[in-house]
Design a protein around this ligand. Structure first.
Ligand code: FES
Ligand code: FES
Length: 200
């Protein structure tokens, strides 16, 4: 008997469970868009080069076109659809809106998902390629435009809305830091699902 080329899996996306049977070659991006109607994540290059398909997997940014759906089972997936709290936009979404961080908007979901993770990575003290002092005790460097550009460099924008995108990420980082100072622990608007936060 020929080996089966498909599996029944359950994907956990934005806090909800989605059972489906997929061919083993199905990418996470295609599963999201074609099977689950979660079309916020965009297909640009389909080769891991443009960032349009970026989602958060276990809180870290990943290009969904280079992840297989079967490999995503059991992981916490957050797409751009899962960032807002009801009617309240995520600070990154609000900043993109307020500062015109987009033109056609095609790259925007990926930019926003990346920015959410960038802000977390920076707050956690992760250095980038342009960080001068990478010693852990030095702490995070200021989130300068240069740092933002480097950290967001995996996301391309064919409309070249980069100037506004950098401003939006900077403002969202400030908003997130302010929320951390003023909100009770555990209520930060990080884009992680409630389950992920509970499990952390
Ligand atoms: S569509 Fe995934 S990186 Fe371009
Ligand atoms: S806003 Fe058009 S590709 Fe970025």
């Amino acid at each position: 008997m020929a080996p089966s080329t498909s599996s029944a899996i359950t994907l956990k996306i934005n806090g909800e469970k989605y059972p489906l049977t997929v061919d083993h070659r199905t990418t996470l991006l295609d599963a999201l868009r074609e099977r689950l109607d979660l079309t916020g994540s965009k297909k640009g290059c389909d080769h891991g080069q443009c960032g349009a398909c970026t989602v958060l997997i276990d809180g870290r940014r990943e290009v969904s076109c280079l992840n297989l759906a079967v490999a995503a089972e059991g992981r916490e997936i957050t797409t751009v659809e899962g960032l807002a709290r009801g009617e309240e936009l995520h600070p990154v979404q609000q900043a993109f809106l307020d500062l015109d961080g987009y033109q056609c908007g095609y790259c925007t979901p990926g930019q926003i998902c990346s920015a959410v993770a960038v802000i977390e990575e920076h707050a956690a003290g992760w250095p980038s390629a342009v960080t001068d002092d990478v010693r852990p005790e030095a702490g995070p460097p200021p989130l300068s435009p240069e740092e933002i550009r480097e950290r967001m460099s995996g996301n391309l924008c064919r409309c070249a809305a980069y100037v506004s995108i950098v401003q939006a990420v900077s403002r969202a980082a400030d908003t997130t830091a302010e929320q951390r100072r003023t909100e009770p622990t555990g209520s930060e608007h990080t884009g992680r699902t409630a389950d992920a936060e509970a499990a952390a």
